[in-house]
Write a protein that binds this ligand. Structure first.
Ligand code: ADP
Ligand code: MG
Ligand code: ZN
Length: 479
């Protein structure tokens, strides 16, 4: 019997608000421990939460971008559990009445558009952080930093509609892109502003009944997400094929051993004893507010991709790459607006620019080449001031020295030679210097033509316009 995997993802995204979700403390990452705290986020008795309006707006935008129904009324709930980094003894979250439900996200798998349903998007607060130090029993310390306590999060829960590790990867990539476009989350998995748990089960191929799932935690990179799911699918299939059963449990990805290990079973699972949060009123987002938020939605990746294809007449592939981040899309549009050829612009950005940025570990936001400088370079090519080959060299100098194309052309005397008289002089020189090959050509050995082209280009240090060289050489050699 063969088995197929079924996967559902739960993603926590840290919202990019300045203040925490229920108090005015800063959400700044990396502040000295416990400096961004107050009675509310320290969970002191009697302190009362006040909901941050911009966190609500960001959550609603996310719900809208994920095609969800936004609930006019949603309810905050207490999720009770004991942990040292949770000073109140409960987390304020949403339970049976979440902010948004019943959405979907499209991903492209094997060149096919695939719809993955979104179960819910809800708002909640983050807990603090425990830092464990020391490894022997007599010398072991744990520290608590409550700076993160009360940081606004949204949890985005997919339906079990994902059927492979690569599909899970595509889903998370797309989700991350959307969150970045919306400017609601910076998407940094390493710093923990985007966290993902994967629920994995297997079932006989073709069956429509779900198998028992395990929940994988500690997947703090895209690579680990894929690796952990791959491992877990293999483990589960092997287990059932050998007649074993899958225990419903939470497992941790151990990246040094490249395997998942059990963390807690269903029997030890938390009983959260949810109940409505008495210190907060119901969250009401009426039609007017929804309309206002809708009107502030930015253009999303799919719409932008389609617009790029039609507005700039570039291939779907180019449009996909260029809209992979909002910053890259903006860079392209700014350059294309200034240059006359969108396809050339796309080629330079997707080729040389992205390659160099990757090599020097830079982001498009910190590109040493600005859109106006790149547009100028493209202009020089389009106007035949320089050849493509020269442009490549100039590009590298631009990247290193942050100078404009025309400045480099002037400084290095790199202008393309387009004067036929001047090129003819070089041609005559090459013919005179190579009488033997010239005779061969005249004798019918036309393959030597390429040799002459090469020699002329060399003599002009690559500055002659290649098309003109070809034309003029033909005439000269046929004479
Ligand atoms: P729980 O109550 O255990 O948190 P939910 O029904 O809320 O379970 O689902 C949590 C996540 O697990 C969702 O992303 C959902 O798609 C996924 N999921 C649920 N059942 C399965 C299953 N049998 N196999 C894989 N994923 C599943
Ligand atoms: Mg769960
Ligand atoms: Zn606070």
């Amino acid at each position: 019997m063969t088995y197929e995997p079924v996967i559902g993802l739960e993603v926590h995204a840290q919202l990019r608000t300045k203040a925490k979700i229920f108090c005015l403390c800063s959400t700044q990452f990396g502040s000295p421990p416990n400096t961004n705290t107050c009675p509310v986020c320290l969970g002191l008795p009697g302190a009362l939460p006040v909901l941050n309006r911009s966190a609500v707006v960001m959550a609603v935008k996310t719900g809208m971008a994920l095609n969800c129904k936004i609930n006019q009324t949603s309810i905050f709930a207490r999720k009770n559990y004991f942990y040292p980094d949770l000073p109140k003894g409960y987390q304020i979250s949403q339970f049976d009445k979440p902010l948004a439900e019943f959405g979907y996200l499209n991903v492209i798998e094997d060149k096919q558009l695939k719809k993955i349903r979104i179960k819910r998007v809800h708002l909640e607060e983050d807990a603090g952080k425990s830092i464990h130090d020391g490894f022997s029993d007599s010398n072991r310390f744990s520290y608590i930093d409550l700076n993160r306590s009360g940081t606004p999060l949204i949890e985005i829960v997919s339906e079990p509609d994902i059927y492979s590790p690569t599909e899970a990867h595509s889903y998370l990539t797309k989700l991350k892109t959307i969150l970045e476009y919306l400017e609601v989350c910076d998407g940094n998995m390493e710093e923990g502003s985007l966290r993902c748990d994967a629920n994995v089960s297997v079932r006989p191929t073709g069956s429509n009944k779900l198998g028992t799932k395990t929940e994988l935690k500690n997947l703090n990179s895209f690579r680990f997400l894929q690796k952990a799911i791959e491992y877990e699918i293999g483990r589960q299939i092997q287990t059932v094929q050998q007649g074993g059963i899958i225990n419903q449990e939470t497992r941790l990805w151990n990246s040094s051993d490249q395997r998942t290990i059990p963390m807690r079973s269903k029997e030890e699972a938390h009983d959260y004893r949810y109940f409505p949060e008495p210190d907060l009123p119901a969250l009401v987002i009426d039609n007017n507010w929804q309309k206002k938020i809708q009107s502030e939605m930015p253009e999303l990746p799919e719409t932008k991709r389609k617009r790029f294809e039609t507005q700039y007449s570039i291939p779907a592939y180019d449009a996909g790459v260029l809209t992979s981040t909002r910053a890259l899309a903006d860079f392209f549009e700014e350059t294309a607006r200034r240059s006359k050829n969108p396809k050339t612009t796309s080629n330079w950005i997707m080729g040389d620019l992205l390659r160099d940025l990757r090599e020097f570990n830079l982001k498009i936001e910190t590109s040493p080449i600005t859109p106006s400088n790149l547009a100028e370079l493209i202009d020089c090519i389009e106007n035949k001031e320089i050849s493509n080959k020269m442009a490549k060299e100039i590009f590298e100098i631009m990247f290193r020295e942050k100078k404009s194309a025309r400045k480099i052309i002037k400084e290095q005397g790199l202008k393309q030679i387009t004067d036929p008289n001047e090129i003819n002089k070089f041609i005559q020189g090459v013919i005179t210097d190579n009488p033997k090959i010239y005779t061969e050509y005249k004798g019918g050995k036309k393959a030597t033509f390429g040799f002459f082209v090469g020699q002329v280009m060399k003599a002009t240090k690559g500055q002659a316009n290649p098309k003109l060289v070809n034309e003029l050489l033909k005439t000269a050699l046929e004479e």
